[in-house]
Design a protein around this ligand. Sequence first.
Ligand SMILES: NC(=O)C1=CN([C@@H]2O[C@H](COP(=O)(O)OP(=O)(O)OC[C@H]3O[C@@H](n4cnc5c(N)ncnc54)[C@H](OP(=O)(O)O)[C@@H]3O)[C@@H](O)[C@H]2O)C=CC1
Ligand SMILES: O=C(O)C1=N[C@H](C(=O)O)C[C@H](O)C1
Length: 233
Amino acid sequence: MRIAVIGKGKMGTLIRSSALAKGHEVIGCFDNTDKDRLNVPVDMLLDFSHRDNLDWVLDYTKKNGNGLVYGTTGLEEADLEKLQNISEKVPVFYSTNYSLGIAVLKQVIEKVTPLLREDFDMELVEKHHNQKKDAPSGTALTLLEAMDPNQEYQHVFGRQGMVGARQKEIGIHAVRGGTIAGEHSVYYCGQDEILTFSHEALSRQIFVNGALKAAEFLQNQIPGMYSMKELIN
Ligand SMILES: NC(=O)C1=CN([C@@H]2O[C@H](COP(=O)(O)OP(=O)(O)OC[C@H]3O[C@@H](n4cnc5c(N)ncnc54)[C@H](OP(=O)(O)O)[C@@H]3O)[C@@H](O)[C@H]2O)C=CC1
Ligand SMILES: O=C(O)C1=N[C@H](C(=O)O)C[C@H](O)C1
């Protein structure tokens, strides 16, 4: 497959080397400083960069008709709408986390939350490296959606000061430090018992493997929006 990578950072460079090792042709890593260099057709774009690249990436995709594997987090609602719109023309794979473990964790959370939420307080903690730009992580927001699909809870991002007794809320907490590749824990805290569901990324390779698997999957799909659910079920 002929691939172009959007992003030249930690993920972009690892995707490039891993795709080459799998025998794909990678024409390069790009961002908005050198987008004009991306002037040949490709089969697939993999974007792990920053939302500021989204508009030109979508313009290129509209013209070229390539598939798009999108992994950049820190998106706004309007960005998601843009991805949804272009998925009417080309196949788009979107996930805030390309690891198999988080895909399974999301399904676990969807199943256990209805059994616990009446009697247990729910909290979410994510930990990442000290270079991460967005907080909370995209994965934390995805897990939050799985915990509260109908938005019945107040979402409290960190607590500070005289917060008073806990209300019908889910607390979301972001830790940033060192080289943590990514850790997500969902806590269900009840009377004298706690259930914790955790996932720890030990390296970024798990995200890269998932993203390349998504690209290979997407190659054979018609236009539409695809997610990890389709890859694992
Ligand atoms: N979905 C998933 O499974 C995963 C998603 N991610 C997400 O992928 C993205 C990249 O992560 P990572 O590689 O670790 O980050 P890095 O900071 O290492 O790389 C980010 C890349 O985006 C570019 N960039 C940063 N800011 C801007 C901007 N304002 N406009 C245009 N380009 C910009 C950087 O260029 P420069 O260095 O010049 O600023 C760099 O090339 C993040 O959103 C992260 O959350 C990460 C891991 C897994
Ligand atoms: O920036 C990162 O590193 C990661 N970002 C994604 C996120 O925001 O959820 C996925 C993973 O946790 C690593």
